[in-house]
Design a protein around this ligand. Structure first.
Ligand code: DC
Length: 245
């Protein structure tokens, strides 16, 4: 049985908006907006893989050593706290929010996340997070594996060149030194390759996801489309987001 067909989630959960898509598609911006607009918790699952990658790097566990990573995951605590602008990420109670976005961790996160045992451990924690309140959860496998029965699923995509340039511009705006655009795009393609081709939970749209390609859309247009997807669900069910069980 594929994960998408598996029976209902074990923990009793609340309303879920699942946002999946490749790196640089704008998931975080959309997720943040929807969370604010509908009063939901905004949870970035990529930050969990990043925090775990940081732990592997610090512990000098090779990113290709599946059994050592499995043991490491079992003894690692990762907490995400929904914030106004970004998630606060606690790794074994240490705030590592500012340490997980550099190139070394980005690359390691992409590599540790191919291992099924690492994924299973993260997915379990993610499912538990939706027992506390309604969530907008973003990642690569939220609509296919973590919450195959999510109320709303959005798959956000854009051409690699567009995503790469957006990433480059974001970094430049922050005043942080960045690799040249060609390198950013090349790196993004390499991560896409790994995400889409891994055996366990590859990046792909759920069959019932709303596909939103932002290549030729302004941010405003994308936000409106995403809101419409949630509104369509609400109109269909006439339910309040907070009280969904
Ligand atoms: O979204 P991000 O770039 O912060 O994610 C970091 C890495 O984690 C990315 O290379 C893919 C992986 N990831 C994943 O495999 N599944 C998720 N649900 C979220 C992220």
């Amino acid at each position: 049985m594929s994960p998408e067909e598996s029976p209902a989630q074990k923990p009793k959960r609340n309303f879920v908006v699942a946002i999946d898509g490749p790196a640089g598609a704008g998931k975080s911006t959309i997720a943040r907006h929807l969370a604010r607009h509908y009063g939901l918790l905004n949870l970035e699952t990529g930050a969990m893989y990043r925090a775990f990658a940081l732990k592997a790097l610090r512990s000098e566990v090779p990113v290709n050593d599946a059994s050592a990573l499995e043991r490491l995951a079992a003894e690692t605590d990762i907490q995400l706290e929904s914030g106004e602008t970004e998630n606060r990420v606690l790794l074994d109670s240490e705030d590592v929010t500012g340490q997980i976005r550099n190139q070394t961790v980005t690359d390691a996160a992409s590599r540790v996340s191919i291992h099924p045992a690492v994924r299973a451990s993260m997915v379990k924690r993610q499912q538990e997070m939706a027992t506390k309140g309604g969530v907008v959860m973003e990642g690569r496998d939220i609509g296919t594996v973590v919450f195959p029965d999510a109320e709303v699923k959005i798959f956000l995509d854009a051409a690699p060149e567009v995503r790469g340039m957006r990433r480059y511009d974001q970094t430049a705006q922050k005043g942080t030194p960045s690799a040249p655009p060609e390198e950013v795009i090349r790196d993004l393609r390499a991560r896409d390759e790994r995400d889409r081709n891994r055996a366990d939970s590859p990046l792909r749209p759920a069959t019932d996801a709303f596909l939103l390609d932002s290549t030729n859309l302004t941010l405003d247009e994308v936000l409106k489309e995403a809101e419409s997807a949630v509104d369509r669900f609400l109109a269909k069910t006439s339910t309040s987001l907070q009280s969904q069980g």
